[in-house]
Design a protein around this ligand. Structure first.
Ligand SMILES: *Cc1c(COP(=O)(O)O)cnc(C)c1O
Length: 845
């Protein structure tokens, strides 16, 4: 298999390479079209080559155009290659031969689409050849594409991996999300500090999307409710005087891997509804009225950049309701087109997977549509709702559990609040039946949290209405059942199940690491791309010297490429002969980038003290965005930058240690990082990381992991064996135990290494010009209430890092362990995860 990067170094600057007379794109296109006046079987008019020539010749009006225009023409032609199969997929699915799945998510962290689409369509080589004619190459074209950064981190990237796996497993799954005009912010580092800049990903247009105006729906807000009695005992609720916002769908194609299925990611954009704004509110003031259109369009303006925390902003609730209502109206309209208004089959043919509680307002919204719009009775509507909804929980962190103020929601969505209260009243009867006379159970389990202002507990709403509740790794699901959701587990044990996360092997191995992919295919054939369990076949070659050498050589070349990238992005010189030790992920205290930095300072001190024996020279890379309002996370970024600066500017240190903070970590950065990583840092406080998926991408690409017994690390260790995994630190139950009497001051005093590091930090060594800026960080480490227990794991972490160094110095065993890690990564294909969702949730009888 060859892919873009194999041929990246072909020199295409000379037009004569292509055999064309001209190196002007327009002229090349004209020549190609002239060569094919009637097209032919071997080069049909709708093939990629002629399609591209046509887009360039007829749609770009001027003779000179920039790389964005050329990219757009290319992407439009690649999309054209999908249109017929996209239509066929839609026609087939509209016949409802089987259940349809709607994956509802406020985030889809898609990254770039070009390379992945070509891989799925098996057109990579063809595209490379065609671009030669235009004196450019595929790799350059791929770099032009803006990441679709419509997500924060793991949760949004999971949704993107799932869409890829669903299409590749030939499943009728539609992703529903929001077309944010501004995705995840662009992170700049200025004087070591994070600065946020808007992500204008749509500024050169989005060639992949198709606006489907005639599938627009209207989403109501505000107004009030009225109750009408049409016949005795039959009350009918109406929500009136609403302000309606139009939801316009933009569809993106999701190609399955070489199987002709093209699924859809449907992203909603908010637009003003002309009648309302212009007539009712602003009579007489035309220009003001037009200006207020912005209020509607604000709903889909920007992604909230909080990972693993909530901010309770009204606009965020609007986004959640907007997505949920628009998507459900869409699903109901589709169903009605086929079955009419007989909803008895609805739950046979529809299931909605809620990606966290963000879209859980879909529960009362489905009830509202069935009750108020289609006239069903409560019991019938509730039966349908509870047969369709499935909920995935992503976190145990209390700051990430969504609770919405009842007065706020009453004002914005009065009918929805009425329905939630009714759901709760009926649910509390079930609780009272199970635990008679237990008032505390009622308070604990109520969907409405009392005490001060009332709040709606969105997770409870989701659990009550769902037939399936899943966690995202074994430990996480176990902790949900024992802790956070224990009452609900006692009430409904059968709802709870585990679906360990995964990542797509197309993007995260075949596409991002073409050299390793072709080495693997050389040994095993290429079936592994669809069945990652076949990678265990690599174990047969760990004693094959030539193979191990090739394996090591590819890692080295990937490290050379990463060295270039780091130089470009950070201005720091890495050396591919040193160990590449990488931690990239959102910056959060629970992920403990701080523990990593403390270890770097420890190594730095050892080097300054001349204690360089057994140090394996290493380059430490840290990258990730902090939520803009998360002060501690931002200080950790500043500390990483300052420590890096001190290390890199001391020539006594750089032979042993170098460090860089990579700005603007995103999907396309990870595609370069994970193939070139030796050591993957997965060092969260045990019990806090629900699963992690970065850990899996590194493992697939042959990195070794240093990690705690947390999230999916536990299952990775199970697969690869503890002799091939660098385990350290307290486990989840030890963390809970230690917390009771936690005394970090004493731990520091008893550790020579940690007290040395703490003294160096306190001395202001890393912030001579900005005294005091790290006090908050220093205090957090010595605080007995430090939730993340950084001091508790420090010594164990350093000892294990010493073992990492020792192992790295023995390259033969390191490379064998690397092969074993890739070989054992098959379980973490999202194909595997999605097969679980399919068999145990979506299609379960
Ligand atoms: C995989 C991925 C993540 C998730 O990383 P974790 O280490 O699991 O937190 C976040 N952001 C991007 C861009 C990713 O590709």
């Amino acid at each position: 298999m060859t892919t873009a990067k194999d041929n990246a170094n072909v020199d295409n600057t000379n037009a004569s390479v292509s055999g064309r007379k001209s190196n002007n794109h327009m002229n090349v296109a004209a020549e190609i079209l002239a060569d094919h006046p009637n097209c032919s079987l071997s080069e049909p008019c709708d093939g990629l080559s002629i399609s591209l020539a046509r887009h360039i010749h007829y749609e770009l009006c001027r003779d000179e155009h920039d790389k964005h225009e050329l990219f757009n023409a290319l992407a439009l032609s690649v999309k054209e290659q999908m249109l017929e199969n996209w239509r066929q997929t839609r026609l087939k699915d509209n016949q409802y031969p089987q259940k349809q799945i709607a994956y509802l998510s406020l985030e889809f962290l898609m990254g770039r689409a070009l390379g992945n689409a070509l891989l799925s369509l098996d057109m990579t080589e063809e595209a490379q050849k065609i671009l030669t004619e235009y004196s450019t190459n595929l790799e350059d074209m791929e770099q032009v594409e803006h990441d679709a950064g419509l997500g924060n981190g793991g949760l949004g990237r999971l949704a993107a991996c799932f869409l890829d796996s669903c299409a590749s497993l030939d499943l009728p799954v539609t992703g529903y999300g929001i077309r944010y005009q501004y995705g995840m912010f662009v992170q700049k580092i200025i004087d070591g500090y994070q600065v946020e800049r808007p992500d204008r990903w749509l500024r050169n247009g989005n060639p992949w999307e198709v606006r489907i105006s005639n599938h627009s729906v209207s989403v109501p807000f505000y107004g009030h409710t009225e109750t009408h009695v049409n016949k005795p005992g039959n009350r009918h609720h109406v929500w009136v005087n609403t302000q309606n916002v139009l939801a316009i769908p933009y569809d993106m194609p999701i190609p399955g891997f070489k199987n002709k299925r093209i699924n859809t990611l449907r992203l909603w954009k908010a637009e003003a509804n002309d009648e309302f704004d212009l007539s009712e509110f602003n009579e007489g003031d035309y220009t003001e009225a037009v200006a207020t259109k912005n209020l509607a369009e604000q709903i889909t303006m920007v992604l909230y950049p909080n990972d693993a925390s909530v901010n309770g902003k009204e606009l965020r609730l609007k986004q959640q309701y907007f997505l949920s209502s628009a998507s459900l109206q869409d699903l109901l309209a589709r169903y009605v087109r086929k079955f009419g208004k007989d909803f008895s089959q609805f739950s046979t043919y529809n299931v909605m997977q809620l990606n966290d509680t963000h879209p859980s307002i879909a529960v009362p919204e489905l009830m509202r549509l069935l009750l108020d719009q289609y006239g069903l009775g409560w019991d019938e509507a509730w039966k349908i709702t509870t047969q369709c909804m499935a909920y995935t929980n992503h976190t145990l962190l209390p700051e990430a559990l969504e609770r919405w103020s009842v007065p706020m929601m009453k004002n914005m969505l009065p009918r929805i609040v009425e329905i939630i209260l009714e759901i709760n009243a009926r649910f509390l009867e079930v609780v009272a039946h199970k635990w008679p006379e237990d008032i505390q159970k009622l308070t604990e389990m109520s969907i409405i949290e009392e005490g001060g202002e009332q709040h709606i507990r969105m997770a409870y709403l989701a659990i009550v209405a769902s037939f399936s509740v899943n966690g995202v790794a074994g430990l996480h699901t176990q902790l949900l059942k024992e802790g956070l959701f224990n009452n609900f587990y006692q009430l409904w044990p059968n709802k709870f199940n585990n679906k360990t996360n995964g990542v797509t092997p197309r993007r995260w191995l075949a596409f991002c690491n073409p050299k390793l992919a072709s080495l693997i295919s050389r040994q095993l054939g290429d079936k592994w791309i669809n069945d990652l369990s076949l990678l265990t076949g690599l174990n047969a070659f760990i004693n094959d010297k030539a193979f191990v050498k090739d394996w090591a050589q590819i890692k080295y070349e990937n490290k050379q490429a990463l060295t270039k990238f780091v130089k470009q992005q950070c201005g720091v010189e890495f050396d591919p002969k040193m160990m590449f030790d990488v931690q990239v992920k959102r910056i959060h205290e629970y992920k403990r980038q701080l523990l990593n930095i403390l270890h770097v300072i420890h190594l730095y001190r050892r080097i300054l003290n001349g204690d360089t024996q057994n140090i394996a020279p290493r380059c430490v890379l840290i990258g990730g965005k902090a939520a803009p309002g998360y002060a501690m996370a931002k200080q950790i970024i500043k500390l990483a930058n300052n420590v890096a600066h001190m290390i890199n500017s001391d020539p006594k240190v750089t032979p042993y240690l170098r460090m860089a903070f990579l700005p603007n970590y995103n999907v396309s950065a990870m595609e370069k990082i994970c193939p070139g990583t030796d050591l993957s840092e997965q060092i969260s406080t045990a019990g806090k990381e629900a699963s992690g998926t970065g850990n899996m991408k590194f493992m697939m690409n042959g990195a070794l992991t240093i990690g705690t017994l947390d999230g999916a690390n536990i299952e990775m260790l199970e697969e690869v064996g503890k002799e091939n995994f660098f385990l350290f630190g307290l486990d989840a139950s030890q963390v809970s135990q230690t917390r009771i009497n936690y005394n970090p001051q004493q731990i520091i005093e008893q550790s020579k290494a940690l007290s040395g590091v703490m003294n160096m930090l306190k001395s202001g060594h890393f912030n001579l010009e900005e005294p005091g800026i790290f006090d908050h960080i220093i205090n957090s480490i010595v605080d007995p209430h430090d939730q993340w227990m950084t001091a508790a794991d420090f010594d164990s972490y350093c000892l294990t890092q010493d073992l990492v160094a020792k192992t790295y110095l023995d390259q033969d065993s390191w490379q064998q362990m690397s092969i074993k890690n890739t070989a054992a990564s098959g379980r973490f294909s999202s194909d595997n995860t999605i097969a679980g969702y399919r068999d145990e949730i979506w299609m379960k009888k």
